[in-house]
Design a protein around this ligand. Structure first.
Ligand code: SAH
Ligand code: MG
Length: 205
């Protein structure tokens, strides 16, 4: 991975382990030749930089989808609220300025293209044959299943569906991400590849 981009990723606010990030980088580089890569849930850009620098190495494009208003756990008074990201004039969170700063510092302005919209709305613009989809958006049952339903059918044969925050033991974390992972497997359209920590990886048959 490009050392400058790696330093930017490590310094960026966010919720991604370095091993998971390096795996995203490798998957992005491998899948970008198949078609555009989509990330759901960019926040301040940590995962975006890992994935985007892999995509850039392959000469591909990454669409970074996020409404930038935060998930449930980022709202005022919740566990992962960050007051520095609060836009007082609007009364809502806004992580877009931080994402833009991150992408610029990492040299990804021409590779990683932010799309500011709820995931199912953004999906309506995208026809398909995607090289890879990485889902790391809202972790409510409704949000995660909507992400799955909106995007999983748009992945090209041989492309990858990666899902973050898989916790086989419910005591370790919310179950919505692993529910959609199992849903994809149950259909028989995807085969399981080895995961990395809480990152699950499936390949479209
Ligand atoms: N991948 C990031 C962390 C993402 S946190 C990292 O590496 O640090 C989850 C993000 O998903 C938040 O920024 C939130 O705004 C976004 N999000 C949640 N639900 C969404 C939805 N339905 N559509 C678009 N973005 C959503
Ligand atoms: Mg996550």
């Amino acid at each position: 991975m490009d050392p400058n981009a790696h330093a930017v990723a490590l310094a960026c606010k966010g919720f991604l382990d370095d091993d998971e990030g390096r795996r995203l980088h490798d998957l992005g580089r491998e899948c970008a030749p198949l078609g555009p890569v989509v990330e759901i849930g960019s926040y301040c850009g940590k995962s975006t930089v890992y994935l985007g620098s892999g995509v850039k190495a392959a000469g591909g494009l990454l669409l970074c989808v996020d409404h930038h208003r935060g998930s449930e756990e980022h709202q005022v008074g919740e566990e992962y609220h960050d007051a520095d990201l609060f836009d007082a004039r609007v009364g809502r969170l806004d992580s877009l300025p931080e994402l833009r700063r991150t992408l610029h510092l990492a040299g990804l302005d021409d590779t990683a293209i932010p799309v500011v919209a709820p995931s199912p709305v953004a999906a309506r613009f995208v026809v398909g044959d995607l090289g890879m989809v990485f889902i790391d958006g809202g972790h409510s049952h409704a949000a995660a299943h909507a992400d799955y339903e909106s995007w999983s059918g748009k992945i090209a044969r041989g492309g990858v569906l990666a899902i973050h925050d898989l916790f086989p033991d419910p005591n370790d974390g919310g179950q919505a991400p692993i529910e959609i992972y199992r849903r994809a497997l149950a259909l028989g359209l995807f085969e399981e590849l080895p995961g990395t920590k809480t990152l699950g990886v499936l390949r479209r048959r």
